[in-house]
Write a protein that binds this ligand. Structure first.
Ligand SMILES: Nc1ncnc2c1ncn2[C@@H]1O[C@H](COP(=O)(O)OP(=O)(O)OP(=O)(O)O)[C@@H](O)[C@H]1O
Ligand SMILES: [Mg+2]
Length: 407
């Protein structure tokens, strides 16, 4: 199909007319399936496609629909996705070049490719249509959204992460966010090739991981923290025992001796939750050499620091913050919420002895994810943490800089 045609079909697919056609054809299909007692669940994709295409052909003729061949093909394709897959976003899910899909109500669907968010040429009929697709995504894992549970955070069998939030909590219609699981994890070579990090910095990090440095990966939302933690963990020598604690198991450790623990949300009565703090405490009793916490975002900050201070050197985690200084402040804030009642200086002293290295990653304006700095914690001087930058990314020059040996 040439680009003019593609554009025309895209415009058509976004029109109200198309949405109405699609929904009346869908109703027609359901009616056919029910009347003829067809067991489409048992069919393979090819058989379903043949059936839908044939029905489409007849429907166009019977109803004298003003559509051309390409448009009717688009309708048939979408009708199949509606019957078997996840409706309008099925094609986006199958597209391996897309890593994130976000739906903000029925008419705003965005995708992220190569770090850039763009609007996707699909839409849902209405709020209920979005909710139906959300339910269909959640059903196989035994979850659902409704008024009593308007927010769901879940992980699909393929490892993808899903968040759904619906009205009345979401004011402009049901929202769905999918972070797809990359089939092949990003390797050191991938990151060097794409300019995310320099080889020198990776070699340095590799040494530090082997030397059992306690480290924290710092970055904003979707900046690549988990990806980096995964990468770092591959250098943990075999033979060490690792316990991981995550809210949704995303880490893929290529390691012979890993125990993976995952938190559990509270049930409908608000009970039986298993928190990250519970799991870090439990992990400490499991004779780990290292503990890896997917992300520190609550009370567990205290237990994690304690673990790092009590012989579990080489432990790692990530924290949501926009700079290394911010990360320290955020840990202080979380510690305060967790009921830490020592002084600020005492807490900083704990941080200074627990954390040896902060690795900052960011998604820059060009959409690229980069390692922007590696900072060593030298200790506490008076009230302030002393830190030293060992690597950084020079934004203006667009180069990775090795700052070791420089005054
Ligand atoms: N260096 C990189 N190059 C290309 N893509 C990357 C890079 N780092 C991460 N990504 C992609 O960016 C997306 C976000 O990465 P990741 O999940 O690691 O971020 P995060 O900071 O942990 O996000 P969150 O804040 O949601 O936990 C993923 O789809 C991942 O595959
Ligand atoms: Mg993450």
């Amino acid at each position: 199909m040439n680009s003019a045609n593609t554009e025309q079909v895209t415009r058509f697919r976004l029109s109200d007319q198309y949405q109405q056609l699609k929904s009346s054809f869908h109703r027609h299909l359901i009616q056919q399936i029910e009347e003829r007692n067809l067991e489409i669940d048992q069919w393979d994709e090819a058989k379903l496609e043949r059936f839908v295409t044939e029905q489409m052909r007849r429907y166009v003729v019977e109803q004298r629909l003003p559509v051309n061949l390409r448009e009717s093909e688009a309708l048939a394709r979408d009708a199949c996705d509606e019957l078997m897959g996840f409706g309008p976003i099925q094609a986006l899910i199958e597209d391996d070049t897309i890593n994130d899909i976000v739906v903000n109500g029925p008419s705003n669907v965005f995708v992220e490719r190569d770090g850039k968010l763009t609007i996707a040429p699909v839409r849902f009929l209405d709020d209920n249509h979005v909710i139906r697709v959300i339910q269909r995504i959640l059903a196989p894992i035994g979850r659902r959204v409704d008024e009593s549970t308007p927010m769901v955070d879940a992980r699909l069998p393929d490892g993808s992460r899903v968040n759904a939030i619906i009205p009345p909590i979401a004011l402009d219609g049901p929202c769905l966010s999918i972070r797809k699981f990359r089939k092949k994890a990003l390797t050191s070579e991938d990151l060097i090739r794409s300019g995310s990090v320099s080889e020198a910095a990776l070699n340095y990090l590799q040494d530090r991981v082997r030397q059992r440095t306690n480290l924290i990966v710092v970055g904003g939302t979707g900046s690549g923290k988990t990806t980096f933690l995964n990468l770092l963990s591959q250098w943990i020598p075999q033979g060490e025992r690792i316990v991981t604690v995550e809210d949704a198991a995303e880490l893929r450790l290529q390691h012979g001796h890993v125990v993976r623990l995952e938190t559990r949300p509270p049930n409908l009565d608000g009970e039986r939750a298993v928190t990250a703090r519970d799991l870090v405490r439990n992990a400490l009793r499991m004779r780990p050499d290292r503990i890896i916490v997917g992300e520190v975002r609550g009370d567990e900050v205290l237990d994690m620091l304690q673990a790092m201070n009590t012989g579990h050197d080489g432990s790692m985690t990530t924290i949501h913050a926009n700079s290394t200084r911010d990360a320290i402040h955020r840990m202080e804030l979380l510690a305060g919420f967790a009921g830490y009642n020592g002084s600020e200086v005492t807490f900083r002293g704990q941080v200074a002895s627990a954390i040896h290295l902060l690795v900052h990653v960011a998604r820059l304006a060009d959409g690229k994810r980069r390692l922007t700095s590696i900072t060593e914690v030298l200790g506490l001087s008076g009230n302030e943490l002393q830190m030293r930058t060992v690597f950084h990314y020079d934004m203006e020059a667009g180069v990775h800089v090795d700052s070791r040996d420089k005054p």
